[in-house]
Ligand binder design. Structure first.
Ligand code: NAD
Length: 247
């Protein structure tokens, strides 16, 4: 049976666990070749091994330009081209403005914002060579609305939202589509380890669908954006938050 991503070669940053892992597994099932990049080498290598011959793992620290170049080169060398990028790697810090040290601020910006910029910069030349493709930047509802503390995180996710639109407008003529996904609270290690249970419960109660989302639910959204089914969609925001930001 034909897969929804037949012929696509996808690079996923932060692909060793959580949403990136779920996207890698789903995309391979839908016919894509997948390159998983992360700093968690053991986890990433295991996920790639479990997926099989359509996946490969590469060490990718998204703050490092040389790592991005190596990841893009690995995709082209292993699978012949690059058509799709998911800028998914991210870190969460929950401090408010006065508790955010300059060190925390710079660290969160380096991974979430500079990492996304570097991904675009290094992937676009190869996606252009492939005749176009799709780029998906993982922002957050924290990039759309104020959600309390997490000042550095919110800033980066807002920046990713507008960088997405800037890139979409710049590269539309070259058939490179760029969209953002805005997850609500999703049950991954980022949330399990980074947000206290009481705050998670409050958030669930305030979410119209009444629960946290899953990594698989995010992956299905990304699947639509990565496939040609979304061929008329660029510069747009896909909000997957159980209705939280609709209130
Ligand atoms: P996660 O913590 O399970 O996964 C994040 C991945 O990014 C990890 O594998 C981690 O090793 C990787 N990573 C961190 N720093 C990196 C670096 N410098 N280079 C390469 N990889 C790095 O969390 P997740 O929920 O799967 O997060 C995926 C994306 O979704 C992130 O951008 C996050 O901000 C965003 N997001 C998550 C939620 C949520 O509630 N979980 C909500 C909104 C947005």
């Amino acid at each position: 049976m034909a897969g929804r991503l037949d012929g696509k070669v996808v690079l996923i940053s932060g692909g060793a666990r959580g949403q990136g892992e779920a996207e890698g597994r789903l995309f391979a099932r839908e016919g894509a070749k997948v390159v998983l990049g992360d700093v968690l080498d053991r986890d990433g290598e295991r996920v790639a091994r479990e997926i099989g011959s359509s996946a490969i793992y590469v060490h990718l620290d998204v703050t490092q330009p040389a790592d991005w170049q190596r990841a893009v080169d690995t995709a082209v060398r292993s699978f012949g081209k690059l058509t799709t990028l998911i800028n998914n790697a991210g870190i969460l810090r929950m401090e408010g403005i006065e508790d955010t040290t300059l060190e925390i601020w710079n660290q969160v910006l380096a991974v979430n914002q500079t990492g996304t910029f570097l991904g675009l910069k290094h992937a676009i030349p190869e996606i252009r060579k492939a005749g176009g493709g799709s780029i998906i930047n993982i922002s957050s509802i924290a990039g759309l609305i104020g959600v309390g503390a997490a000042s550095a995180y919110q800033s980066t996710k807002g920046a990713v939202r507008i960088l997405t639109k800037s890139a979409a407008v710049q590269y539309a003529k070259e058939k490179i589509r760029v969209n953002s996904i805005h997850p609500g609270v999703i049950t991954t290690k980022m949330v399990i380890e980074g947000i206290d249970p009481e705050a998670r419960r409050m958030f669930e109660l305030a979410t119209p669908l009444g629960r946290e989302g899953t990594a698989d639910e995010m992956a299905y959204g990304a699947l639509f954006l990565a496939s040609d089914e979304s061929s008329y969609m660029t510069g747009a925001e896909l909000v997957l938050d159980g209705g939280y930001s609709a209130q």
